[in-house]
Design a protein around this ligand. Structure first.
Ligand SMILES: Cc1cc2nc3c(=O)[nH]c(=O)nc-3n(C[C@H](O)[C@H](O)[C@H](O)COP(=O)(O)OP(=O)(O)OC[C@H]3O[C@@H](n4cnc5c(N)ncnc54)[C@H](O)[C@@H]3O)c2cc1C
Length: 328
């Protein structure tokens, strides 16, 4: 395996943040392997996004502005990635460990007879092989898996674990030929955007999460959202808050919710049960706001602020706004 291909997940020209993380990881791995870094970007808005990708360290950007990619579920994307992989030859293919990325990655692995590693937080070359590192059992153990005897290694990368690095490069843009006409089995009839305009917890670099301690739905749309907005972040929640019906499940962080790695995680009125911890333990900095000085989250938070959240959170928001000179 020499070259590295990054599948760029996007919607109507808007990339997932993880796409830029993959672009950077692809280049770093390709440098270790002595090969080239490729990106595959397909669908409406792909050409514009290809120009944006020129700001990242990709050598070749393969583009197809193909309406089928938006009209049918996953298969057209797989066709394009497969065609680039076959043209490139033995390669590592990076996909994001997201709903779409997992689907694309597993199908590519099946088509190319490749190996697949999932939920990867580190990838490097060791002993002449490509090695993927993944936390298992909620981070209690870490596995290192090497690809052997396969031409293609598919690596599903956990979002927010690789830093995206801008680097103005001379990425060559190549238009992809449409793969031979196929009849795709699943057509997308409707595309419902949940909570339009809001940043998802898995995309945000800062997440302010509320738990049972916030006492009801209202703080999620007032004091927690105010703090998240002031920090340019998103609002998350514990399962207790979701089960109480205070906030939709799409905000839930933890074992049965989302696994996230923001740079800053602020847990408000959350005790830090293991099922919550496994969803946020890799955050860069963890701040807990809790009235109980002996709360379990204090054992793994970087900072525990002890006090009433209804006093601390608005005061914190005020100070963030003042510091950033954001009008209230
Ligand atoms: C199979 C399984 C899967 C699960 N999956 C998940 C999951 O994905 N995500 C998840 O979060 N949980 C999950 N859970 C549930 C988990 O075990 C806990 O029950 C849950 O995380 C507790 O939520 P909490 O911290 O909000 O509530 P609590 O544990 O009740 O904590 C509330 C906290 O708020 C503090 N507090 C109260 N009032 C204030 C105040 N005014 N100011 C400051 N602090 C205050 C309290 O001191 C307390 O620490 C799962 C459980 C199981 C069994």
């Amino acid at each position: 395996m020499r070259d590295v291909i990054a599948f760029i997940e996007q919607h109507a020209g808007t990339p997932r943040r993880v796409s830029f993380e993959l672009a950077t990881a692809a280049k770093d791995l390709a440098a270790e392997l002595g090969g080239k870094a490729h990106a595959v970007v397909v669908g409406k808005g792909a050409s514009t996004l290809a120009n944006t990708l020129k700001n990242y360290p990709i050598d070749v950007i393969h583009v197809a502005e193909d309406a089928d990619a938006d009209a049918y579920l996953v298969d057209p994307l797989v066709d394009y990635v497969e065609s680039v992989a076959k043209a490139t030859g033995p390669a590592v293919i990076l996909v994001p460990y997201t709903m779409i990325g997992r689907d694309v990655g597993s199908r590519i692995a099946a088509r190319l007879g490749g190996g697949l590693t999932a939920d990867v937080t580190e990838v490097h070359v060791g002993g002449g092989r490509v090695v993927s590192v993944s936390p298992k059992l909620g981070g209690l153990t870490v596995t290192s898996c090497a690809f052997k005897n396969v031409d293609y290694g598919i690596v599903a990368v956990r979002p927010n674990t690789f830093a995206a690095r801008e680097q103005s490069g001379a990425g060559e843009v190549v238009q992809l030929e449409k793969p031979a006409t196929k009849s795709y089995p699943i057509k997308i009839e409707d595309d419902v955007v949940e909570a339009a305009g809001e940043l998802g917890v898995e995309e945000a670099s800062t997440v302010v999460s509320g738990g049972r301690g916030v006492g009801g739905p209202e703080p999620f749309t007032t004091i927690l959202k105010d703090l998240a907005d002031a920090l340019g972040g998103a609002v998350g929640a514990s399962r207790a808050a979701v089960d109480a019906g205070w906030v939709p499940h799409s905000h839930q962080v933890g074992q049965t919710g989302k696994t996230i790695s923001p740079q800053l995680y602020i847990a408000v009125g959350i005790s830090g049960a293991i099922q919550h911890k496994v969803g946020m333990r890799t955050a860069g900095t963890i701040v807990a706001i809790n009235k109980d000085a002996g709360v379990p989250i204090g054992e793994f938070a970087d900072l525990l602020v002890v006090g009433d959240l209804f006093q601390i959170v608005p005061e914190l928001t005020k100070r963030v706004r003042e510091a950033k000179a954001v009008p209230a």
